[in-house]
Ligand binder design. Structure first.
Ligand SMILES: Nc1ncnc2c1ncn2[C@@H]1O[C@H](COP(=O)(O)OP(=O)(O)OP(=O)(O)O)[C@@H](O)[C@H]1O
Length: 773
């Protein structure tokens, strides 16, 4: 049997004879199941050829569609798992990724070509698969590889037709009415000859790539039921009917999406969830080896990336590997005296310059490639404006009108295809409208930061003012100064501090990477890379020192501790290693309580503990010599520990959310949660923790809530959790809560439930009054 290799499928890895035999087998199958004669067979073969042509080359920013590298040459196996690593949240994708970058032995890996296969006895027929993954992690590449392998007759040959439909493309016809049949005719013109009756007898696979980019609203609860493939309707209604199985119930459906948009598909419609997690450490190396025929070069690139922690972590995302490839290849293969990039700002600055240099080489130009002309600067700043304005609104796709509003000439942007890709070039025969986006969200964030930094250097008060615009005053908040401070920006440190505050205040962290870049850009060394685009007069050493001090002293109060970690990242972007080194020494010393830890130390420690390969046995916040604010900043480490203990009332709901996310992540390590004297634990917080206990990923066995002044409402939430199936809780200790009769009754009720597996319940005035074994 011909085994599929991780790449080079189209080459000698699969003997021709085997390929032919498979095609013959498949042909025979189809002829048996459908008596359509040779004409339909021709349609399928024609579709395969057309799909192969579309998928065998890749478009990676700088290449024009259809003319790029062979997919099989660079395709590297991705790490895909079954299930979802963490509850879908709205955290910024890069942070989410840093958190989930650890490969865990309890994960169930699944190969891309197997996603529709039943892999264990417990599984039933898999009809709908939802694949999640952050931006640039390889979802579209997986779809392309899956389709190519099918078109080449190598995998999934039981499927008669693989029909990829990108959501970006579907957006363009969202105002049109179509039947499923006409939709296929539009998107796959080679299928013009197929008829309605063919669709119901063939085994079809519809692939909807990039649900996050769709501008449809999928109304699963309230829509017209359609079961006829010739019935005309709006495209969203067709989609919903396909997913629900009203339309072509035997068709397979594969949906890919970034995590934040996946919620649109009700779990009851999905038979399998998979997650593209990017590259493991060995896959990262494999990627660079495949990319370069020069072995020495790939070795040097691998060792440089391994030496820089943040680059190494980011290389988990394939698109980042691609950016690193472009920059490091350029720097290592020419006589380069400058330092190789170690931070993200470094790397992205070089990336931008390499793209511009390539453009000059391609289109000519009198200037030295390293220098930016005034026209280059102007164009990049317009792109930066586009990036910034849409980042603020959370937009990643732009139409020509959006470009024109920023003064961009559409033809100019296509010249810069390495920075901004014209996605629909290939489809322009069918669609008249072009859609643009940055190759990766992080590039949009970088260009937005360049633009904002520029606005600062030219003292553009209007734009800075509206960016730092003040939200409603919150009189009792620690950072009320921010909201009442209407003064114009005074200095670089003032500007960066206010930008940081604004980013910390954002609900979903959409400005986090942007603000990291903004700090990185304040360094003269980075400004220099950008060939005079930014005014370098602002970066006096004393000012930089002030910015560093601000970051180290920043008090982020009520902000989620996950978000505070970004302050540490800003410090790293400014190449200040002091905090990182001190924490590494602290960890090595093994003496937790001796060193006084500042808040920024605690954020760094939380980050390192959370990222550690080793799961911590116990996180006891009392053991650290720090302030309450420092202890709050340590909370994210709860995601990587077995026992979490804390005493006192210094956490708020945003912290309990982190604890709840630790209880529901996949896998969840937390087994024991011990909270005492926590009078500020509200009913809503207890409800949050109780709901987390009901989550299938939760493995909590012991919960002690000593002297937490629990109310009857809280006991009711806990009782519901006890009744949930499966609850792993065996010990619930509610001593010292002075529970009244109604609350005790609620808990007793739960004990009588057959689903409750609790072994010990301690309660009421410190006595083990209730005890169940
Ligand atoms: N398996 C892979 N092998 C080699 N390179 C890859 C692979 N997957 C992704 N890449 C690189 O990463 C880039 C982005 O990948 P892709 O477009 O598949 O991401 P995505 O998850 O669909 O992102 P988005 O959500 O932004 O659409 C590709 O253009 C390619 O350079």
């Amino acid at each position: 049997m011909c085994q599929k290799q991780s790449a080079s499928i189209g080459d000698s890895s699969c003997p021709e004879g085997e390929k032919k035999r498979r095609t013959e087998l498949q042909t025979a199958d189809l002829n048996n199941s459908v008596s359509q004669g040779g004409e339909l067979q021709e349609v399928i073969e024609g579709h395969k050829m057309s799909l192969k042509r579309r998928c065998e080359h890749v478009t990676e920013g700088t290449h024009e569609a259809g003319s790029g590298t062979l997919l099989n040459k660079i395709y590297t196996e991705l790490y895909i798992t079954e299930g979802q690593s963490e509850e879908v949240d709205t955290q910024h994708e890069v942070r989410q990724l840093e958190r989930t970058s650890k490969k865990n032995i309890q994960d169930t890996p699944i190969k891309c070509q197997d996603i529709f296969k039943v892999l264990s006895e417990q599984q039933r027929h898999i009809r709908v698969v939802l694949t999640n993954g952050v931006a640039g992690v390889g979802k579209t590449f997986s779809v392309q590889k899956f389709s190519l392998d099918w078109a080449e007759g190598l995998e999934n040959q039981d499927i008669s037709l693989v029909l990829p439909l990108s959501c970006r493309e579907l957006n363009l016809i969202r105002d049109e009415q179509h039947s499923l049949l006409s939709l296929l005719h539009v998107f796959h013109p080679t299928l013009q000859k197929i008829r309605a009756e063919d669709l119901s007898v063939w085994k079809l696979l519809f692939i909807f790539d990039g649900l996050d980019e769709s501008r449809f609203s999928l109304g699963f609860n309230n829509h017209r039921v359609i079961s006829d493939v010739t019935r005309v309707s709006s495209v969203d209604v067709l989609l919903v009917n396909l997913i629900q199985g009203n339309l072509l119930p035997s068709a397979l459906i594969w949906i890919t999406s970034r995590p934040a948009a996946a919620y649109q598909i009700p779990p009851s419609c999905v038979d399998r969830i998979t997650e593209v997690r990017g590259f493991t450490d060995s896959q990262k190396e494999e990627y660079f080896r495949r990319r370069f025929s020069d072995e020495d070069l790939s070795k040097r690139i691998i060792s440089h990336i391994k030496a820089s922690r943040s680059l190494h972590i980011m290389c988990l995302i394939p698109v980042f590997c691609w950016i690193a490839t472009i920059v490091l290849e350029d720097m290592m293969t020419r006589d380069q005296r400058g330092e190789l990039p170690k931070t993200l700002t470094d790397l992205y600055s070089h990336f931008l310059m390499v793209q511009i240099k390539r453009k000059k080489q391609k289109y000519g130009g009198k200037q030295r490639p390293e220098e930016l002309t005034e026209a280059d600067k102007e164009l990049l700043l317009k792109l930066g404006r586009l990036a910034f304005e849409h980042l603020e609104e959370g937009n990643i796709m732009f139409y020509s009108e959006d470009l024109e509003r920023c003064g961009l000439d559409v033809s100019e942007v296509s010249v810069y295809s390495g920075v901004c890709t014209e996605i629909f070039k290939r489809e322009s025969v069918i669609f008249q409208k072009s859609v643009y986006c940055f190759v990766h969200l992080s590039i949009q964030e970088f260009l937005a930061a360049v633009y904002m930094f520029h606005c600062y250097t030219i003292k553009n008060k209007r734009i800075m003012g509206s960016f730092l615009k003040y939200l409603k005053p919150t009189p009792f908040s620690w950072f009320s100064w921010l909201f009442t401070n209407n003064d114009p920006v005074k200095s670089l440190d003032d500007f960066l501090r206010r930008a940081l505050m604004k980013s910390l205040k954002s609900k979903n962290g959409h400005l986090d990477l942007f603000v990291r870049f903004l700090h990185g850009l304040s360094l003269e060394s980075n400004q220099r890379i950008l060939g005079g685009m930014l005014d370098q007069r602002n970066s006096h050493p004393e000012t930089i020192q002030k910015v560093l001090n601000n970051l180290k002293e920043e008090n982020s109060g009520e902000i989620s501790p996950d978000r505070s970690i970004n302050i540490f990242h800003c410090l790293m972007e400014m190449k200040d290693q002091s905090v990182h080194q001190e924490i590494q020494e602290f960890l090595k010393s093994g003496k937790k309580s001796e060193k006084k830890l500042s808040e920024i130390h605690c954020s760094a420690l939380a980050y390192l503990l959370q990222m550690s390969e080793e799961v911590l046995d116990e996180l006891d916040l009392e053991q650290y010599n720090t302030s309450d604010e420092g202890r709050r900043r340590l909370i994210p480490a709860v995601r990587n520990c077995r026992k979490f203990q804390l005493s006192g009332s210094f956490l708020s709901t945003s912290h309990w959310k982190v604890v709840a996310s630790a209880m529901t992540s996949n896998p969840s390590h937390l087994r024991e949660l011990i909270l005492s004297k926590n009078k500020s634990l509200t009913d809503a917080d207890v409800k949050l923790l109780s709901s987390a206990m009901m989550h299938p990923n939760c493995r909590l066995e012991t919960l002690r809530l000593w002297c937490c002044s629990l109310s009857e409402i809280s006991c009711d939430s806990l009782a519901s959790a006890l009744r949930s199936n499966p609850s792993h809780l065996r010990v619930l200790d509610l001593s010292g809560n002075q529970l009244k009769d109604p609350a005790v009754k609620l808990l007793c009720g739960a004990l009588q439930d057959p689903l409750c597996e609790l072994e010990t319940l301690r309660s009421v005035r410190d006595d083990p009054v209730l005890s169940q074994v």
